[in-house]
Write a protein that binds this ligand. Structure first.
Ligand SMILES: [Mg+2]
Length: 257
């Protein structure tokens, strides 16, 4: 029986991709990185320049952030390397920190919750389910993010990977969260089929990190595919996919009498 719903934070509850894209365009321009091909291009301010810069920032950031999830580098270290790689500069740690702060200020100013986030969190709680957020991120920053976007009161327990031995998709992230919530990953179903009824549902936008990893940990999972990016994706076959959190209908937990 379902006992808990665990939501991913970035790009599931909070539109972090838009915040990062807007922030990096303004920040990069400040440092002379403006176009499709970097400095020298004259397409700054166009959608093309924005999408290119955002894509390049993501291409630099994602692998470095993943290295932090595996604890191969520090949280501060991945920020410094992102600055160095993206801006193509050789700078000290202290200088990189100052440069990153300029990005961070803009990024944080852009944090906004998706309109369907608060209602979904409240529906889960109203159904009698434990609610938590499991996020690959720094605990202090993610806590601030929830507060800033007005979701802190509804988000339940926050589990950030900075306090875990490793982030998603590592199974330990899921085990730790289930233990915190006091739920077993799955309980045996009826009959002799050995089927299980997962007691935790993961809701997230990453197929490998949220959905497939949660299922490997014995949880149920739903893929939040806001842009329909996974339509027809073979890897997503057999995965429950929603375009909006509004589609999630949580069944109330029946208490034994
Ligand atoms: Mg996410």
């Amino acid at each position: 029986m379902l006992r808990a719903v665990v939501f991913d934070l970035d790009d599931t509850l909070v539109d972090q991709r838009s915040a990062a894209a807007a922030a990096v365009v303004a920040w990069a321009a400040e440092h002379g990185v403006t176009g499709v091909d970097g400095a020298g291009s004259d397409v700054a301010g166009s959608d093309l320049a924005g999408s290119d810069l955002a894509a390049r920032w993501a291409a630099v950031s994602v692998p470095l952030f993943a290295r932090w999830q595996r604890r191969e580098i520090t949280f501060a270290g991945q920020r410094r390397e992102r600055v160095r790689e993206f801006l193509g500069v050789t700078v000290s740690d202290a200088e990189a920190d100052v440069l990153f702060a300029g990005y961070l200020e803009r990024y944080e100013a852009g944090w906004v919750a998706f309109p369907d986030a608060g209602p979904a969190l409240r529906r889960a709680a109203a159904a009698g389910l434990a609610v938590a957020v499991l996020t690959n991120g720094d605990e202090e920053q993610q806590r601030r993010k929830l507060a800033r976007v007005g979701l802190a009161g509804d988000a339940g327990v926050l589990v950030a990977s900075s306090v875990l031995p490793a982030g998603k998709p590592d199974v330990r992230a899921f085990r730790h969260t289930a233990a915190l919530l006091g739920v077993e990953p799955g309980v045996p179903g009826p009959g002799s089929t050995g089927s299980s009824w997962p007691s935790v549902l993961m809701v997230g936008d990453s197929l490998p990190k949220d959905v497939l990893a949660a299922r490997a940990a014995g949880w149920d999972a739903v893929l939040v595919d806001r842009d329909d990016a996974y339509a027809g994706d073979e890897a997503a076959a057999g995965v429950r996919r929603v375009r909006s959190l509004d589609e999630l209908d949580f069944q109330p937990v029946r208490t034994a009498r």
